[in-house]
Design a protein around this ligand. Structure first.
Ligand code: DX5
Ligand code: ZN
Length: 238
């Protein structure tokens, strides 16, 4: 069983002092920085490009940067982010022509790679063993992508449960992330449904004390840990 990762999304950070704000959230206990990239085409919003990722590395951010590409097409920008210091790069399968090609392209740049599923995206891509074998991350959107501050869509819990079963059954080394509307009230049930990486934007950055929120999230996660380990062991022994 992997540890739980808390991944604040830059979308809710202060873009006027991004490096400082990210350093602060990492010092407050965050594990990973979730870097949302929007192109005003795949989603109706626009954020920032690879130059900002590179600037964060130059500023001294050493933590993993998990890039979430909400862009179409994917390949060109994926390479740019890999070269700019991304640790992992995830994209939406319907945004690229050839999923296997894009996965290989990212891997070839020595980055971890993930697929992201919108609430209504068909999960059947995951029935393909050749795709599953390549993945380091599966990220389930619990809101429709494009904006922070939306409410968690409850049907995501069932999807998480299904994908967790798939990962465990195949004994894949894949992290299962959830993105959108995560907060201290729902993180427990999201973890119980099988997630092990939690992207949270507004729940962290809109609070005055990041450390308090992150600690409260971890307290919720600890509650889930023991039964979850038992459950995983039981399922593996079946
Ligand atoms: C939405 C982004 C999310 C978003 C999360 O398209 O992918 O990462 O920033 O923000 P909250 O946690 O506020 O829903
Ligand atoms: Zn995201």
């Amino acid at each position: 069983m992997k540890e739980f990762l808390i991944a604040p999304s830059i979308l809710s950070a202060d873009f006027a002092r991004l490096g400082e704000d990210i350093a602060k959230v990492l010092a407050s206990g965050a594990d990973v920085i979730h870097f949302d990239v929007m192109d005003n085409h795949y989603v109706p919003n626009l954020t920032v490009g690879s130059i900002v990722c590179k600037s964060l590395r130059n500023y001294g951010i050493l933590a993993p940067i998990d890039v979430h590409l909400m862009v179409k097409p994917v390949d060109h920008l994926a390479i740019a982010f890999a070269k700019a210091g991304a640790t992992s790069i995830s994209f939406h399968p319907e945004a690229t022509k050839d999923i296997a090609y894009t996965l290989a392209l990212i891997k070839n740049e020595s980055c971890k790679v993930g697929l992201v599923f919108n609430p209504n995206t068909d999960l059947s891509y995951l029935n393909n063993i050749k795709i599953m074998d390549k993945l380091d991350i599966i990220l389930l959107m619990s809101v429709n992508p494009g904006f922070s501050g939306q409410s968690f869509i409850p049907t995501t819990l069932n999807t998480l449960y299904q994908v967790r079963k798939l990962i465990d059954k195949g004994d894949y080394d894949i992290r299962l992330g959830v993105d959108g509307g995560i907060n201290i009230t729902n993180i427990y049930k999201v973890a119980k449904a099988g997630a092990d990486m939690f992207v949270a934007g507004s729940a962290i950055f809109k609070q005055p004390n990041y450390k308090t929120v992150i600690e409260m999230m971890r307290c919720e996660l600890v509650k889930v840990l023991s039964p979850f380990i038992k459950d995983t062991i039981l399922r593996k022994n079946k």
